[in-house]
Design a binder for this molecule. Structure first.
Ligand SMILES: *[C@@H]1O[C@H](CO)[C@@H](O)[C@H](O)[C@H]1NC(C)=O
Ligand SMILES: *[C@@H]1O[C@H](CO)[C@@H](O)[C@H](O)[C@H]1NC(C)=O
Ligand SMILES: *[C@@H]1O[C@H](CO)[C@@H](O)[C@H](O)[C@H]1NC(C)=O
Ligand SMILES: *[C@@H]1O[C@H](CO)[C@@H](O)[C@H](O)[C@H]1NC(C)=O
Length: 261
């Protein structure tokens, strides 16, 4: 543990002032992490190659930031790669999680957060058994997630795969997302989100919105240029929408909330 912890802390000090591209490698092996925040901005691009398995403590209260296992903030040209795994060790947390019923539920750690990250690529990484959401993407621009695996079993509670908010140009390609809740959840303020060759299941699928609370309809929702097609053999594609009366522009095929409200 001290090895990685040390590496994590020194990374922001050393690499961020270097003018040349720098690379940090977490070699294969299993490491326990109680805090990993990678913070830029850095002068040059940074590559973090994770070959090993970074595990969270089973008891989430031992994390230094209770809501986060690993975070990447304020980077331009970041590459996270290496074939490694971020293991949230969530089994204990799922039993206690009541966030689907209790608004004031205790904050439970998200596996990986990307905040204010631009022009970056995250690839060949697995996010496993997260305590809460797997990946949270907030205010990021031009970021590609590819060859990305997200896995948690059916009994895991509130384990969305990838949540995207207030971001532009996010591409998710060649990913397997197996979680209990939403596969990719698209929140407010997003533009140019491209999801290609992503398999979801047993989760709900891709969700847009999740904004309103029951009884109070979402307002000023606009659906434009959405063409959902399905290429699998378990179709047809279905969609659901409620509590919303959107303005609809160029939506060629049936979307539930586009046909009834
Ligand atoms: C991201 O890359 C584009 C194209 O190279 C560049 O114009 C833009 O300034 C970069 N963004 C940041 C925050 O450096
Ligand atoms: C995203 O990429 C486009 C095209 O390269 C570039 O014009 C834009 O500045 C980038 N956005 C940011 C926030 O870096
Ligand atoms: C995302 O994919 C779209 C469509 O293929 C492409 O135009 C865009 O440049 C890609 N963005 C990034 C950040 O790779
Ligand atoms: C929607 O996408 C399908 C498959 O890519 C395509 O065949 C169809 O022409 C598209 N429809 C519109 C209205 O863009």
């Amino acid at each position: 543990m001290s090895q990685v912890q040390h590496m994590v802390q020194s990374l922001s000090l050393i690499s961020c002032i270097s003018l040349a591209q720098s690379k940090a490698v977490v070699p294969s092996g299993t490491y326990m992490l109680i805090k990993a925040s990678f913070k830029g901005p850095c002068k040059a691009s940074i590559e973090i190659q994770v070959q090993g398995k970074l595990t969270a403590p089973t008891n989430g209260n031992k994390l230094i930031r209770l809501d986060t296992q690993v975070s990447f903030e304020h980077f331009n040209k970041l590459i996270v790669s290496g074939g490694g795994t971020f293991d949230g060790q969530g089994a204990l947390s799922w039993k206690k999680n009541d966030c689907n019923k209790n608004k004031d539920c205790k904050s439970i750690a998200i596996n990986m957060r990307f905040n204010f990250v631009t022009n970056s690529t995250i690839q060949d990484i697995t996010s496993l058994n997260n305590k809460n959401f797997h990946i949270n993407i907030l205010r990021c621009h031009n970021v590609t997630f590819q060859h990305f695996n997200v896995m948690a079993p059916r009994e895991s509670i509130n384990t969305d795969g990838i949540y995207i908010g207030r971001s532009t140009g996010i591409n998710i390609t060649d990913a397997h997302i197996g979680t209990r809740d939403d596969c990719v959840s698209i929140g407010d303020g997003n533009k140019e989100i491209t999801i290609t060759r992503v398999t979801c299941g047993p989760s709900h699928g891709i969700s847009v919105g999740s904004l309103g609370s029951s009884g109070i309809p979402c307002e000023k929702v606009e659906l434009a240029d959405i063409n959902l097609t399905y290429n699998g053999n378990k179709g047809p594609l279905t969609s659901q929408g409620s509590n919303v009366k959107p303005t609809i522009t160029r939506v060629p095929n049936a979307l539930a909330c586009a046909t009834s409200s």
